[in-house]
Design a protein around this ligand. Structure first.
Ligand code: AVI
Length: 324
């Protein structure tokens, strides 16, 4: 079936996407209500996420950056003339730390779901590395990836080094993470390396402020999803009528983000009505925290061999180097 927003003249709001509409309708019809966190990253969402990475409470970015800085000698041992392929490149701010450590990298392929943000980000990188072949692939890497022929032939036989920093792998369920790792092995090809950032922090006192900061940037990031649904799907959410909530589920080793409705309310979307009971939540994100051995087991189950790993001093943030 084709989904149409409610406009009587059949005009669709700018940016209307059937996949987005289907996933939001399905998520709001589920119990508990949920929406996949990949939809956070419209242009504004990507900007807000960049602001999160600069927050004092959000230890992940600075910890991983410090780790990467200390790895120059180890990374210099990776194959020379490599094709670096980054999954979920966002601002590409950590990329220079890898490119500067590698021996004569030949190309850089940035993959992200937020197309204009992606293209804007790599412009600066191309200026900084004028001799590097820089290319972008706008794609949702939570689904299987295939190479557009032009991009693949540009990379040719260069040794492949995948880069997946930031603990973004934690935003998948463990099953999705294994599927992603398996797909990345296919996409990068046999003999490739993959450098993955994985947060293993279990300390609630550190986790909760990281996902519910004092300035409310994470709350704005969470509510921006409702603003996006209003704009792109013509819904009538009142974002201020939802409270940002971060919880740690220690049994599942994951931080959850929710939007909680403190009072009963009804929202209209694509000709349907969705009711929130008092205190009901919309589950918007999981951020799994994998200790070293747990992540290594997942990597082995998906066709990778753990080669080396480094653990940060400040928090249990780790970088894993895998080979397939
Ligand atoms: C992108 N990802 C790794 C972030 C995380 O920590 O799960 C997204 C985020 N959500 C809230 N703050 C940051």
């Amino acid at each position: 079936t084709t989904l149409h927003p409610p406009d009587s003249d059949g005009v669709q709001p700018e940016g209307f996407s059937e996949v987005f509409a289907e996933q939001v309708l399905e998520g709001l019809s589920s119990r508990p209500k949920r929406i996949p966190s990949t939809w956070f990253y419209d242009h504004r969402g990507s900007e807000l996420f960049e602001q999160i990475t600069e927050l004092n409470e959000y230890y992940l970015t600075r910890t991983e950056t410090a780790l990467l800085r200390g790895l120059r000698a180890d990374l210099a041992r990776l194959p020379a003339g490599a094709a670096v392929i980054e999954f979920g490149s966002g601002s590409s701010r950590k990329t220079p730390l890898l490119l500067d450590a590698l021996k004569a990298p030949a190309s850089y392929t940035a993959i992200d779901i937020s197309g204009d943000f992606l293209r804007q980000s790599v412009q600066g990188l191309q200026l900084r590395y004028p001799h590097l072949l820089v290319q972008t692939l706008e794609a949702d890497f939570s689904a299987p990836l295939t190479w557009p022929p032009a991009l693949q032939s540009a990379v040719g036989q260069q040794p492949r080094i995948g880069f997946f920093p930031g603990s973004t792998i934690g935003n998948f369920t463990p099953e999705q993470a294994v599927r992603f790792l398996h797909g990345a092995a296919q996409f990068l090809g046999s003999g490739a390396h993959l450098l993955v950032g994985v947060d293993g922090t279990q300390d609630k006192a550190r986790l909760l402020p990281a996902y519910d900061d004092a300035r409310g940037v994470t709350a704005a990031f969470n509510r921006n999803l409702l603003i996006r649904i209003n704009r792109e799907l013509g819904a009538d959410f009142n974002p201020q009528a939802f409270r940002h909530v971060a919880r740690f589920d220690s049994a599942r080793s994951r931080v959850e983000m929710h939007l909680l409705s403190p009072t009963p309310q009804t929202v209209r979307l694509l000709g349907q009505r969705f009711t929130f009971a008092e205190g009901e939540t919309l589950h918007t994100e999981n951020s799994y925290k994998y200790p070293i051995a747990v992540f290594q087991r997942m990597a082995r189950a998906s066709g990778w061999t753990p080669h080396q790993h480094w653990l940060a001093a400040e928090a249990a943030m780790a970088l894993h180097l895998l080979q397939c």
